[in-house]
Write a new protein. Structure first.
Length: 248
Protein backbone atom coordinates (compact mmCIF):
# COMPACT_ATOMS: atom_id res chain seq x y z
CA UNK A 1 0.00 0.00 0.00
CA UNK A 2 1.05 3.62 -0.50
CA UNK A 3 1.42 5.56 2.76
CA UNK A 4 2.20 9.21 3.47
CA UNK A 5 4.16 10.16 6.59
CA UNK A 6 4.05 13.79 7.66
CA UNK A 7 6.43 15.22 10.27
CA UNK A 8 6.80 18.69 11.72
CA UNK A 9 8.64 20.65 14.41
CA UNK A 10 11.42 18.13 15.06
CA UNK A 11 14.22 20.65 15.63
CA UNK A 12 15.41 23.52 17.79
CA UNK A 13 17.48 26.62 17.07
CA UNK A 14 20.81 24.78 17.06
CA UNK A 15 19.89 21.31 15.74
CA UNK A 16 19.57 20.01 12.20
CA UNK A 17 16.17 20.78 10.68
CA UNK A 18 13.07 18.77 9.86
CA UNK A 19 14.28 18.20 6.30
CA UNK A 20 17.41 16.47 7.58
CA UNK A 21 15.37 14.46 10.08
CA UNK A 22 12.97 13.35 7.36
CA UNK A 23 15.87 12.00 5.29
CA UNK A 24 17.23 10.19 8.34
CA UNK A 25 13.80 8.65 8.92
CA UNK A 26 13.63 7.53 5.28
CA UNK A 27 17.00 5.83 5.57
CA UNK A 28 15.93 4.09 8.78
CA UNK A 29 12.68 2.83 7.23
CA UNK A 30 14.56 1.26 4.34
CA UNK A 31 17.40 -0.07 6.52
CA UNK A 32 14.84 -1.91 8.63
CA UNK A 33 13.04 -3.29 5.57
CA UNK A 34 9.76 -1.60 6.49
CA UNK A 35 9.08 -0.07 3.10
CA UNK A 36 10.39 1.77 0.07
CA UNK A 37 10.53 5.55 0.31
CA UNK A 38 9.85 7.05 -3.12
CA UNK A 39 10.53 10.65 -2.18
CA UNK A 40 10.33 13.39 0.43
CA UNK A 41 8.68 16.76 -0.13
CA UNK A 42 9.07 20.00 1.81
CA UNK A 43 5.97 22.13 2.37
CA UNK A 44 6.07 25.77 3.46
CA UNK A 45 3.42 26.73 6.02
CA UNK A 46 2.11 30.07 7.29
CA UNK A 47 4.64 32.34 9.02
CA UNK A 48 2.79 34.37 11.64
CA UNK A 49 3.54 35.74 15.15
CA UNK A 50 0.83 33.50 16.64
CA UNK A 51 2.44 30.35 15.23
CA UNK A 52 5.42 28.87 17.12
CA UNK A 53 8.12 27.61 14.77
CA UNK A 54 11.88 27.15 14.78
CA UNK A 55 13.19 28.75 11.59
CA UNK A 56 10.98 28.69 8.48
CA UNK A 57 7.81 26.82 9.53
CA UNK A 58 8.08 24.05 6.98
CA UNK A 59 6.97 20.44 7.31
CA UNK A 60 7.99 17.32 5.39
CA UNK A 61 6.19 14.33 3.90
CA UNK A 62 7.55 10.89 3.03
CA UNK A 63 5.84 8.93 0.26
CA UNK A 64 6.27 5.24 1.11
CA UNK A 65 5.20 1.85 -0.18
CA UNK A 66 4.84 -0.67 2.63
CA UNK A 67 3.09 -3.94 3.38
CA UNK A 68 2.04 -3.19 6.95
CA UNK A 69 1.00 0.28 8.07
CA UNK A 70 0.88 -0.77 11.73
CA UNK A 71 4.52 -1.86 11.70
CA UNK A 72 5.72 1.31 10.02
CA UNK A 73 3.60 3.42 12.39
CA UNK A 74 5.09 1.78 15.50
CA UNK A 75 8.63 2.11 14.17
CA UNK A 76 8.20 5.72 13.06
CA UNK A 77 6.61 6.73 16.35
CA UNK A 78 9.49 5.30 18.39
CA UNK A 79 12.04 6.74 15.99
CA UNK A 80 10.58 10.27 16.07
CA UNK A 81 10.34 10.26 19.86
CA UNK A 82 14.09 9.74 20.00
CA UNK A 83 15.14 11.99 17.11
CA UNK A 84 13.22 15.08 18.22
CA UNK A 85 15.55 17.80 19.47
CA UNK A 86 15.35 19.19 23.02
CA UNK A 87 12.53 21.75 23.09
CA UNK A 88 10.91 20.51 19.89
CA UNK A 89 7.16 19.88 19.51
CA UNK A 90 7.21 16.85 17.24
CA UNK A 91 4.04 16.00 15.33
CA UNK A 92 3.60 12.81 13.31
CA UNK A 93 0.87 11.91 10.82
CA UNK A 94 0.58 8.57 8.97
CA UNK A 95 -2.20 7.69 6.54
CA UNK A 96 -2.91 5.51 3.56
CA UNK A 97 -2.69 7.78 0.55
CA UNK A 98 -6.01 6.60 -0.87
CA UNK A 99 -8.04 7.61 2.20
CA UNK A 100 -6.76 11.19 2.33
CA UNK A 101 -9.77 13.22 1.25
CA UNK A 102 -10.46 16.75 0.07
CA UNK A 103 -11.04 17.98 3.62
CA UNK A 104 -7.51 16.98 4.64
CA UNK A 105 -6.08 18.48 1.44
CA UNK A 106 -7.90 21.71 2.28
CA UNK A 107 -6.43 21.60 5.79
CA UNK A 108 -3.00 21.65 4.20
CA UNK A 109 -3.93 24.52 1.91
CA UNK A 110 -5.33 26.49 4.88
CA UNK A 111 -2.13 25.87 6.86
CA UNK A 112 -0.29 27.97 4.29
CA UNK A 113 -2.37 31.11 4.86
CA UNK A 114 -4.19 31.06 8.24
CA UNK A 115 -3.57 30.15 11.89
CA UNK A 116 -4.95 26.70 12.72
CA UNK A 117 -5.27 24.91 16.06
CA UNK A 118 -4.46 21.48 17.46
CA UNK A 119 -7.98 20.54 18.51
CA UNK A 120 -9.28 20.94 14.97
CA UNK A 121 -6.37 18.85 13.68
CA UNK A 122 -7.25 16.08 16.15
CA UNK A 123 -10.93 16.15 15.19
CA UNK A 124 -10.22 15.92 11.47
CA UNK A 125 -7.73 13.09 11.92
CA UNK A 126 -10.18 11.15 14.11
CA UNK A 127 -13.01 11.70 11.62
CA UNK A 128 -11.06 9.89 8.90
CA UNK A 129 -9.21 7.43 11.14
CA UNK A 130 -5.85 9.06 10.40
CA UNK A 131 -2.96 8.37 12.77
CA UNK A 132 -1.95 11.75 14.23
CA UNK A 133 0.15 12.08 17.38
CA UNK A 134 2.19 14.67 19.21
CA UNK A 135 5.38 13.15 20.56
CA UNK A 136 7.35 15.90 22.31
CA UNK A 137 6.77 19.27 23.90
CA UNK A 138 3.38 20.90 23.37
CA UNK A 139 2.53 18.56 20.43
CA UNK A 140 1.77 21.59 18.24
CA UNK A 141 3.65 19.90 15.40
CA UNK A 142 0.52 17.83 14.68
CA UNK A 143 -0.88 20.82 12.79
CA UNK A 144 1.98 20.85 10.28
CA UNK A 145 2.23 17.07 10.13
CA UNK A 146 -1.42 16.77 9.04
CA UNK A 147 -0.89 19.66 6.62
CA UNK A 148 2.12 17.93 5.04
CA UNK A 149 0.08 14.82 4.31
CA UNK A 150 -2.75 16.88 2.85
CA UNK A 151 -0.47 18.98 0.66
CA UNK A 152 1.44 15.95 -0.61
CA UNK A 153 -1.81 14.19 -1.52
CA UNK A 154 -2.97 17.36 -3.28
CA UNK A 155 0.08 16.98 -5.51
CA UNK A 156 0.74 20.63 -6.31
CA UNK A 157 2.73 22.09 -3.45
CA UNK A 158 6.30 22.15 -2.28
CA UNK A 159 9.51 20.69 -3.61
CA UNK A 160 11.39 17.43 -3.38
CA UNK A 161 14.23 17.41 -0.90
CA UNK A 162 15.05 13.77 -1.68
CA UNK A 163 14.18 11.29 -4.42
CA UNK A 164 14.87 7.57 -4.37
CA UNK A 165 16.94 7.24 -7.52
CA UNK A 166 20.24 5.93 -8.83
CA UNK A 167 21.66 9.46 -9.01
CA UNK A 168 20.08 11.53 -6.26
CA UNK A 169 19.89 15.18 -7.25
CA UNK A 170 20.70 16.27 -3.72
CA UNK A 171 24.18 14.80 -4.03
CA UNK A 172 24.79 15.04 -7.76
CA UNK A 173 27.80 17.13 -8.76
CA UNK A 174 27.55 20.49 -10.45
CA UNK A 175 27.95 19.47 -14.09
CA UNK A 176 26.20 18.96 -17.44
CA UNK A 177 23.77 16.06 -17.84
CA UNK A 178 21.51 14.84 -20.62
CA UNK A 179 17.73 14.88 -20.36
CA UNK A 180 17.84 11.11 -20.76
CA UNK A 181 20.06 10.64 -17.72
CA UNK A 182 18.03 12.98 -15.52
CA UNK A 183 14.75 11.27 -16.38
CA UNK A 184 15.98 7.69 -16.24
CA UNK A 185 18.58 7.83 -13.48
CA UNK A 186 17.71 10.81 -11.27
CA UNK A 187 13.99 10.27 -10.69
CA UNK A 188 12.77 13.28 -12.66
CA UNK A 189 9.35 12.88 -14.30
CA UNK A 190 9.28 16.14 -16.25
CA UNK A 191 11.84 18.78 -17.24
CA UNK A 192 10.07 22.04 -17.89
CA UNK A 193 10.85 25.50 -19.27
CA UNK A 194 7.94 27.82 -18.58
CA UNK A 195 4.93 25.80 -19.69
CA UNK A 196 6.95 23.75 -22.18
CA UNK A 197 8.14 20.22 -21.46
CA UNK A 198 11.64 19.42 -22.73
CA UNK A 199 11.52 16.02 -24.40
CA UNK A 200 14.66 15.69 -26.52
CA UNK A 201 16.67 13.03 -24.64
CA UNK A 202 19.98 14.34 -26.01
CA UNK A 203 19.48 17.93 -24.85
CA UNK A 204 21.91 18.88 -22.08
CA UNK A 205 21.13 20.56 -18.76
CA UNK A 206 23.63 22.34 -16.54
CA UNK A 207 22.90 21.64 -12.86
CA UNK A 208 23.92 24.49 -10.60
CA UNK A 209 24.53 22.50 -7.40
CA UNK A 210 21.02 23.11 -6.01
CA UNK A 211 18.60 21.04 -8.09
CA UNK A 212 15.25 20.66 -6.34
CA UNK A 213 12.30 19.42 -8.45
CA UNK A 214 8.93 20.91 -7.57
CA UNK A 215 5.76 18.86 -7.03
CA UNK A 216 3.23 19.48 -9.79
CA UNK A 217 0.31 17.23 -10.67
CA UNK A 218 1.92 14.54 -8.51
CA UNK A 219 5.06 14.60 -10.66
CA UNK A 220 8.64 15.62 -9.92
CA UNK A 221 9.28 18.58 -12.20
CA UNK A 222 12.74 20.06 -12.72
CA UNK A 223 12.47 23.71 -13.76
CA UNK A 224 15.05 24.99 -16.22
CA UNK A 225 15.98 28.13 -18.12
CA UNK A 226 16.91 28.30 -21.78
CA UNK A 227 20.55 28.88 -22.70
CA UNK A 228 20.24 30.02 -26.32
CA UNK A 229 23.80 31.25 -26.77
CA UNK A 230 25.61 28.48 -24.92
CA UNK A 231 27.41 25.89 -27.05
CA UNK A 232 27.87 23.34 -24.25
CA UNK A 233 24.28 22.91 -23.10
CA UNK A 234 20.76 24.00 -24.04
CA UNK A 235 19.32 24.41 -20.53
CA UNK A 236 20.35 25.25 -17.01
CA UNK A 237 18.64 24.49 -13.72
CA UNK A 238 16.52 27.45 -12.58
CA UNK A 239 17.97 29.62 -9.84
CA UNK A 240 17.53 28.62 -6.21
CA UNK A 241 15.60 31.78 -5.34
CA UNK A 242 13.11 31.21 -8.18
CA UNK A 243 12.52 27.56 -7.30
CA UNK A 244 11.96 28.48 -3.66
CA UNK A 245 9.48 31.17 -4.61
CA UNK A 246 7.36 29.02 -6.92
CA UNK A 247 7.40 25.99 -4.59
CA UNK A 248 6.42 27.87 -1.45
Amino acid sequence: MRVLIGIDDTDNKVSRGTGFNSRQLAAAIELNNLGKVHGITRHQLFVHPDIPYTSQNSSACLDVTCNNIDSISRFTTDYMKNIGAVGSDVGLCIAEKDIICDEIIQWGINAKTIVLNMEDAKRKAAKYDIYLVGLTGTHVGIIGALAAVGLRKGGNDGRFIWLNSEKNLRDIEMDIYTIDLLMNKAGIDIIQYGEKQIVNPNDKVYLNGWARPVLRNNKSVLLVDNEINNKSYEWKCSAKEFVKRVSN
